[in-house]
Design a protein around this ligand. Structure first.
Ligand SMILES: Nc1nc2c(ncn2[C@@H]2O[C@H](COP(=O)(O)OP(=O)(O)OP(=O)(O)O)[C@@H](O)[C@H]2O)c(=O)[nH]1
Ligand SMILES: [Mg+2]
Length: 365
């Protein structure tokens, strides 16, 4: 997942680190003032040449004192740990530009890229930054905070369901073939495993074979499906699914729908009708991570057309770039709920910005 971006970020980390180390190196740090005895340690080393050795007593006297003092290596370590550096724009201009290019190449949307760069600049430039044991720590910390800043908070579906009146009604929308039906099945499986009862509404009455497809998934998972015949009004199907849930104390209704593009007026009107009739608690927009910027643009258009409460990005397992995952929440202003990570029922990951950033900044295997 996101391997291309991950590799590039490793390179960028190194670039930032070496630039900051360089900047720290030219800073007139008060090393001598902090540890004046560093010089005194160096003197006897020079004095060991037999021709210039003045008084052997100097080294003998130094031995008991040296035992109480830190060694030269320890002093240097402390110096590095204690060092503060004031970074200027020009110190990190180059790696910032490289980071910008890497993000854009990996399909991170332009405004989101700008936001990440601005956060990095704001965190690093013109401030006294303490350089820890490793400069890389500082870089990772800053990059982590910039990425988390645009990823938002995610949405914990289990907590959402616990806190809401049952049945919680979730409507899945999106363009054709992105993984809506598979996601409905995966989410059903995930909720059942977490102790919630589920019913699925077969709301795609449009595409041939769609009802049969969701039925096969649901049968495998032992989930009840409410269905009408092909061509029926999806609002009626989903209304029935909600009624069934109410009558049987089912916790969650998952509504599958036909794929549609936001500019197909009749299909979007149909979606609005579904919303009026079913009154979903959550409208979840599903798109595929591999679509990159297209997915982000479509998600935004869908949100403007019919509203969106959360986003699922499928096929993250096939996406080396990660641009959509990084951009979509910030662009649409709605959280990512899950990432789809494969074709199996368990291949779904509740979206946690922290876990995604760990994955991106983790050390390469
Ligand atoms: N690798 C991978 N494949 C996925 C994932 N999610 C769905 N797919 C595959 O994507 C294809 C389309 O999935 P569907 O669930 O039928 O997509 P849909 O959005 O319901 O399609 P329509 O109903 O035709 O609009 C199937 O082959 C799925 O197995 C995922 O997370 N990873
Ligand atoms: Mg489908």
């Amino acid at each position: 997942m996101f391997d291309s971006l991950k590799k590039k970020l490793q390179t960028i980390r190194t670039r930032f680190t070496s630039n900051i180390e360089e900047a720290a190196g030219v800073e007139p740090e008060p090393e001598a003032a902090l540890f004046p005895e560093v010089e005194a340690v160096e003197e006897p080393i020079v004095a060991t040449t037999p021709a210039t050795r003045p008084e052997p007593l100097v080294t003998e006297k130094a031995v008991p004192e040296a035992q109480e003092k830190p060694t030269f290596f320890e002093k240097v370590k402390v110096l590095v740990r204690e060092r503060e550096v004031l970074l200027r724009e020009k110190d990190i201009e180059e790696p910032l530009f490289e980071l910008e290019m890497v993000l854009l190449e990996n399909d991170v949307a332009l405004p989101v890229t700008d936001e990440i760069i601005a956060r990095m600049r704001n965190d690093l430039v013109g401030k006294h930054r303490k350089i820890g044991v490793s400069v890389d720590d500082l870089v990772v910390l800053t990059l982590r905070s910039a990425l988390c800043g645009v990823l938002g908070d995610g949405l914990d579906l289990l907590q959402y369901i616990r806190e809401h009146e049952r049945p919680v009604k979730i409507l899945f929308t999106g363009v054709n073939g992105t993984g809506k039906t598979t996601t409905v099945a995966k989410v059903g499986n995930y909720l059942q495993k977490n102790g919630f009862s589920v019913v699925i509404g077969a709301g795609d009455t449009f595409r041939a074979g769609a009802i049969e497809q969701i039925r096969v998934h649901a049968d495998r998972l032992g989930i009840k499906v409410i269905q009408h015949q092909a061509g029926a009004d999806p609002s009626a199907v989903l209304f029935d699914a909600v009624q069934y849930a109410k009558a049987h104390d089912i916790d969650v209704v998952l509504a599958d729908t036909a794929g549609r593009f936001h500019n197909r007026a009749n299909l979007m009107n149909q979606l609005e009708k579904i919303q009026r009739v079913m009154k979903p608690d959550l409208v979840v927009y599903v798109d595929e991570a591999v679509a990159g910027n297209d997915a982000v643009i479509r998600a935004d258009e869908f949100n403007k057309a019919v509203g969106t409460d959360a986003i699922v990005l499928t096929k993250a397992d096939m996406d080396p770039k990660g641009g959509a995952a990084i951009s979509v929440a910030h662009t649409v202003g709605r959280p990512i709920l899950f990432l789809g990570t494969g074709q199996g029922y368990d291949d779904i990951m509740p979206f946690s910005p922290r876990v995604v950033v760990d994955e991106l900044l983790g050390d390469e295997a």
